[in-house]
Design a protein around this ligand. Structure first.
Ligand SMILES: [Zn+2]
Length: 454
């Protein structure tokens, strides 16, 4: 047996296929047969629909209008008879209209950022907190986190579900929590040294920033106690993660979740297939639908993820439309888990830019850039239509070794990137090369797109 707490041990074991040496939190549900997990889901779905119909007027009205009764749910596919839920429904019932338990029973309140209008408020009772902890304990162990770890939380706390969600789950596992919060990067690095931090929780872009600041301070990441990065809060492009892993000498995984259905912990990455995340299927029923029609797509096809939490008491949610695009596969994974895996979400239905009639996703730009030597994973897309036509400019940050004083060389490189982008995006864009470090780093969610069109 290897010592999983040794720096690099988890990644090494995974790369050598020794997945049986990595911990699995709850093999009974993470590694069971498809039949068993579907039976658990059906039993919970029936109870959840009854719970919701009896206690939440909004759902009762919707279901009565559609002529559906809880007793109509007899198999998992019957979930399609139920109404969808979206952000608007949750906003309209602000703050407590969707609650299914007396407020006295609620032990925690969180909300989404609410960039426009009212935020979305979610509450948890003790049962919901237990479920949440369970989900977090699963995903952190997929990265090799153990109870003796010291975890520095570089997420902001506050109303955002990411901070406290991970905090409680990691603490329940037995980890020593260091609630650093976000920002003050030099202090973060000092704390890693002082407290012997072994696990860092951060957005991937902030982890990259910590890495760069540490290098500038002369901190040696290779001999650092840090060995695991737990990412969330924003999608993590594969190129960025690989770079952080090699420069900080840590293993990094990211997880998926959203406030409306719980927070982080809906699914998490294992070390066998780095592009996929295992869904906590005994807690969440997933569907993948065509975003236009709401009808199911064929097995394994891309579509919009729809989630029904199966264990949520304080705010039950039926068929939540995430607007996230993914595909889900149900073949057993090399890590030994049999739970369904969703491809990491790289695009949202509403991230899509329409440039002169062509659909463009920021994730496509990321993929092109990650295939070109000499550019960093940092970029920005600026769109305007000052001249009457849509114009897209991609700001690309150079690595120091690719930076040159020769105008000719730089111009040739720029044209090369423009050509590569055109091949994939099918629409022309301009590239602006930016010197190393020239793209502003953010401490929270990275904003890759600036749409200035009027
Ligand atoms: Zn796996």
């Amino acid at each position: 047996m290897i010592d999983i707490t040794e720096k690099g041990a988890a990644l090494r074991a995974a790369s050598e296929g020794r997945f049986n040496e990595l911990p699995v939190h709850n093999p009974d549900v993470e590694c069971c047969s498809r039949e068993r997990i579907r039976a658990i889901q059906l039993e919970k779905l029936i109870a959840q629909v009854e719970w919701t119909y009896e206690r939440v007027a909004w759902y009762r009205d919707q279901m009565d209008e559609m002529g559906v009764k809880p007793s109509d749910i007899k198999c998992l596919e019957d979930v399609r008879k139920l109404p969808f839920t979206d952000k608007h429904a949750l906003r309209k019932t602000f703050p407590y209209g969707m609650f299914a338990v007396p407020l006295d029973e609620v032990v925690e309140l969180h909300s989404s950022s609410g960039t426009t209008g009212k935020p979305i408020v979610v509450g948890y009772n003790r049962h919901d907190m237990d479920v949440w902890n369970d989900c977090i304990m699963r995903l952190v162990q997929m990265a090799g986190v153990v109870p003796t770890d010291r975890v520095q939380m570089a997420f902001g706390y506050g109303m955002f579900t990411g901070g406290f969600g991970l905090h409680y789950g990691l603490q329940r596992l037995g980890c020593m929590m260091i609630p650093a919060g976000s920002g003050n990067t030099e202090r973060q690095i000092q704390m890693i040294q002082d407290y012997g931090t072994t696990v860092l929780v951060a957005t991937p872009s902030y982890a990259m920033h910590i890495c760069e600041v540490g290098e500038k301070m002369g901190y040696d990441w290779e001999t650092s106690t840090l060995r695991v990065g737990l990412f969330g809060g924003e999608p993590c492009p594969p190129g960025l993660k690989a770079e952080i892993e090699s420069r900080m000498h840590i293993v990094c995984t990211d997880n998926y979740g959203l406030t409306e259905v719980m927070g982080p912990g809906v699914s998490g990455e294992c070390l066998a297939e780095r592009d996929m995340q295992h869904i906590a299927e005994d807690h969440f029923l997933w569907e993948v639908v065509d975003p236009e029609t709401g009808e199911p797509v064929a097995d394994g096809e891309m579509g919009e993820l729809v989630l029904t939490p199966l264990d949520k008491q304080a705010i039950p949610v039926l068929r939540y439309r995430t607007h996230d695009l993914t595909r889900v596969v149900t073949e057993p994974c090399r890590c030994g888990r049999t739970s369904a895996r969703m491809q990491k979400v790289r695009s949202r239905c509403d991230d899509m830019l329409i440039i002169r009639g062509t659909n463009v996703f920021p994730s496509q730009v990321e993929d092109v850039l990650s295939s070109i030597d000499g550019v960093t994973p940092h970029y920005r897309i600026v769109v305007d239509n000052e001249t009457g036509l849509d114009r897209m400019v991609v700001h690309v940050e150079l690595k120091p070794e690719a930076f040159s004083d020769s105008f000719e060389e730089m111009d040739k490189f720029r044209k090369h990137i423009e050509k590569e982008l055109k091949n994939v995006l099918l629409v022309a864009s301009k590239v602006k090369l930016v010197e190393p470090g020239g793209i502003e780093r953010s401490f929270g969610k990275t904003k890759h797109v600036q749409d200035l069109r009027k």
